[in-house]
Design a protein around this ligand. Sequence first.
Ligand code: SF4
Length: 708
Amino acid sequence: MMPLPTATETFALRTHCPYCAYQCGILLGDGDGRPLGVMGDPHFPVNNGQLCIKGWTAHTLLEHPQRLLTPLVRAKATDAFQTASWDYALDLIAEKFEAIRAESGPAALGVFGSGALSNEKAYLLGKFARVALRTPNIDYNGRYCMSSAAAGANRAFGIDRGLPFPVADIAHAEVAYLAGSNCADTLPPIMQWFDLQKANGGRLIVADPRRTATARAADLHLQLNPGSDLALHNGLLAIAVEENLIDRAAIDARTTGFDAVRRTVLDYHPAHVERLTGVPEAQMRTAARWMAAAKSCMLLSGRGAEQQSKGVDTVHSLINLALALGLMGKPHSGYGCLTGQGNGQGGREHGQKADQLPGYRLIEVEADREFIAKLWGVEASALPRKGKSAFELLDALGPTGIRALLVAGSNVVVASPDSLRIESRLRSLDFLAVNDSFENETTAHAHVVLPVAQWAEEEGTMTNLEGRVIRRRVSARMPRNVRTDIQVLQGLADRLGVGEKFTFKSTEAVFAELRQATAGATADYAGITYAKIDATDGVFWPCPDEEHPGTPRMFTERFHHKDGRAKFFPVTHRAAGEEPSAEYPLTLTTGRYKEHYNSGTQTRLVSRLAAAKPSPCVQLHPRLAARHDIQAGATVVIESRRGKAEFVADVTTDVRPDVLFVPFHWGGRRAANALTNAALDPVSRMPEFKYAAVRIAAVKVTTVGAGA
Ligand code: SF4
């Protein structure tokens, strides 16, 4: 098993933020393993020293008084947690998993990972599920985040890398279009590139149902109805065809399938699209003309466009537009996705997804199975097949489905759609083990909680939203009785009788095996080494050998399909999983605050962040507020077909009169996801976080407090 870090090791100053996919470079620590504070790293070219408030305060998590410092095991007699030794806790997990596997087969075991895990951990978690547990049922919370963009890019380009160019290219785009991204709040340092773009004479177009901080910075805000992004993009392409704005030479030279798309968008004449989207025809024509006339133009999508039950088709509608305008591979141009989670990109490349093996190899492709089986020293026939996607995995928990679950770094109770249903599924488990640094709404249901290292206490690589592989370095001393996720997996693998396949002496040794596993694959990391990352500002994959410089810009000459061409996909608008009705007349959409990150497990514990945003607000239009006699600051109970939750009223014209917006960082009675709909995209299995039919059930005069 990997040795524990010791107090004698050297603590690095340069590392990266624990939160989002921007992975800002930060300077941390005083050289003695105690974090004094955080500074933005002025030499990391993605954030250039800038941080958001989450990054500025991240060090306070390392010595937080609520930090888990010893394994916890639920006592049968009291049903309360009691402290336990590592040996006892790991023995118990291994015994329970083995007993359930013996009774119900390996598919009765499940593993749920996270887009916050390093590449090494994501890789090892996938190997652990397939080799140590032999279960097909492993998936991760990235399925809830970027999976629709990933599926769309894979189908259209043959490869999925969020941004196919460095983020600094934004500064040189004459036009940038953001579909459903409030990056001014979710990735604040990215705005430096949009500011430069504006200073260079560029234009920003934002499509969003809300007037967000990002929309306010735009030259043109298309305030569309939730769930109508696809119709809008088809409408823009229809205008481009009608006004002869498309790039016929690029279409002929580099793509297939345009004629079917052209025929499809003929049905999207502007008046019809205006009715579907609520966006005036004149604004659509302006947007299409700006995009087509620009020498360089980027079309970028965020979760607003992607977290829909038609998310993949919506991504295709944007890619179709990019291909038809000849943007792909042109300087400072093209389609890209603004990935959300810290390692959302790497997390989806290395095998913690139900259908994938490392390097974006596919678990149902025989050649891929054989390659990985040989590396892992097992028979290809022994590797499980494709398992259940994230929501389906959680929904299958219970006596007749998945009976035991290991969760690594995900607060699934807060993060999942239809969260009350998922919480009841967790309660029905025979056994739940969770690796985390803090107790949260998910550990509350666990039988064993293992305290694991935080971001600055262990090393590992992350892949940021540009596809740049970077290194987190050990910058702070790990508490004495805490272990890394990698050590946990090694300890369990030993107890499950396959320890010899997990004998890594360091995190770098795990990365060395990951490199071998990805050699020749779509996401090829074979040429990336820790030393190479240190010598540069990170290495962009694909990077097939050590002499290769990495690939900052993709698609300049060919796409990743065998014929080198990109594929158009004809797509049509369709209704959401549920539409407003007489009973539930309003549309709910969800998103993030700049002060909090995802399920809030970490950021709700940071005093400055909790003080700035102690509780969630519902944004509602003054006309709607007046109709329900709601004053700003009142507590409003929102109800959907699945549950109810309460929020503080924020009365604002930033939302449409028929739309409510709530953030999803809280659980309990303030859980936005108690309301959301688990309608899944048929291709990506992405749940529909961005669209639910709701009603205002009650209004209370007191405001919600800061407690959970
Ligand atoms: Fe940068 Fe994201 Fe961290 Fe904010 S949360 S400092 S944007 S990496």
